[in-house]
Design a protein around this ligand. Structure first.
Ligand SMILES: [Zn+2]
Ligand SMILES: [Zn+2]
Length: 135
């Protein structure tokens, strides 16, 4: 069966970053509870795993910050230099880009998400009913 894609628009809060992105009908979304992500954006975050060439955006307009993940592999965060909105995360280990889900203008297609690093680090007020919490 052929994969179906949908094109969505998104951008940051100040309007400097605007993009189109090609997503699967049911995109792969991860809610990451790890302490790195928490420190980066101040809370739990949701990211969408992107296919190659899925994002129509010149990454050179974005500011970047690189750090080592707990496993030692490189993680590069792309964000708007004007309003500081997180846009992309690149994970070297998987050689993949992840889009911060909240930047989509229309989030209605994000119907499922997998919670990762929940057991390692999560806000105690957060309860999640999921059989398998570990990736
Ligand atoms: Zn994380
Ligand atoms: Zn911005």
């Amino acid at each position: 069966m052929e994969k179906k894609f949908v094109t969505k628009t998104g951008g940051c809060i100040c309007g400097f970053v605007k993009f189109k992105v090609k997503l699967d009908e049911l995109p792969r979304v991860f809610n990451c509870h790890c302490s790195d992500c928490r420190k980066k954006i101040g809370g739990m975050m949701s990211i969408i795993q992107l296919r190659e060439e899925a994002l129509d955006l010149d990454k050179n307009i974005l500011k970047t910050f690189e750090h080592k993940g707990s496993s030692g592999n490189k993680i590069r965060k792309y964000f708007c230099g004007n309003c500081a909105a997180p846009v992309l995360t690149y994970v070297q280990k998987w050689d993949r880009y992840y889009l911060y889900a909240g930047l989509l203008d229309d989030i209605s297609i994000l119907k499922k998400a997998k919670n990762i690093f929940f057991e390692d680090s999560h806000f105690p007020f957060m309860e999640i009913n999921e059989d398998k919490l570990k990736p």
